[in-house]
Design a protein around this ligand. Structure first.
Ligand code: BG6
Ligand code: MG
Length: 227
């Protein structure tokens, strides 16, 4: 089996490092209800990894209200959702880092592999600060560094470039369908976390199933077959 060194591991934030994905859902659900639109957890899967304004567009489309608001009204709705989300974020502490994520990060770092973050959130810095993870990542690609939301690969390519890593020799970890598409489009190896994801090269149900040795074996097997 050809032994390809792993050049970087890039983590999504919301839903992988911490369960802020749930806070996003709660805040969108409330806004949608005010508009007379019902969303459920299944619909919410489409919003994961998608930027704030794009998420609002998907909700309005679901409620057949796509053409009913001006850009300014939509900005106001997105601001309202964000204010609610930020209020929920004040509850966030280091205890909310998802199970086995610290151990995974430690194992990767012990091998001298740089780690990055790829989050389209404008609140990524706030979230990292609340979790006391500000200094953990060697490079952070967030909304300020990109033009296009996931599923576009831009954010993962930006993270790899910032880490000086070749995407083809790097691994991305995601909980969202849009995120898995972005990782695959960037040429990276995709690790999926979640019970209903598809398209990942390696999939686990929840973060407590993430084991660095198993991810590495799967990556090595994949590269041996595909290169
Ligand atoms: C992603 C989340 O990380 O960030 C999405 O998965 C969210 O649900 C997006 O819409 C944008 O986040 P924010 O914090 O800028 O509204
Ligand atoms: Mg996510």
């Amino acid at each position: 089996m050809a032994d390809k060194p792993i050049e970087a591991v890039v983590f999504d934030l919301d839903g992988v490092i911490t369960d802020t994905a749930h806070f996003h859902y709660v805040a969108w659900k409330k806004l949608a209800e005010q508009l007379g639109i019902t969303i459920d957890e299944a619909f919410n899967e489409q919003l994961k990894g998608v930027s704030r304004l794009d998420s609002l567009e998907l909700i309005l489309r679901k409620g057949k209200q796509k053409y009913e608001y001006t850009e300014m009204e939509k900005e106001r709705m997105a601001d309202e959702k964000n204010a609610h989300y930020c209020q929920l974020l004040t509850q966030l502490t280091p205890n909310d880092i998802l199970p086995d994520i610290p151990e995974l990060i430690t194992s990767i770092k012990e091998e001298g592999i740089p780690i990055g973050l790829a989050s389209v959130s404008k609140n990524a810095t706030t979230v990292l600060r609340s979790l006391r993870l500000e200094g953990t990542f060697d490079y952070i690609a967030d909304a300020a560094r990109i033009k296009r939301s996931k599923p576009d690969p831009e954010i993962f390519l930006t993270a790899c470039a910032g880490l000086g890593a070749d995407p083809r020799h790097s691994i991305g970890i995601e909980d969202a369908a849009a995120g898995i598409l972005a990782i695959k489009a960037s040429g990276m190896f995709a690790v999926g976390v979640g019970p209903s994801l598809s398209g990942a090269d390696y999939l686990v149900e929840s973060t407590d199933r993430l084991r660095w040795d198993e991810i590495k074996s799967s990556y090595l097997m994949h590269t041996a077959i595909n290169h």
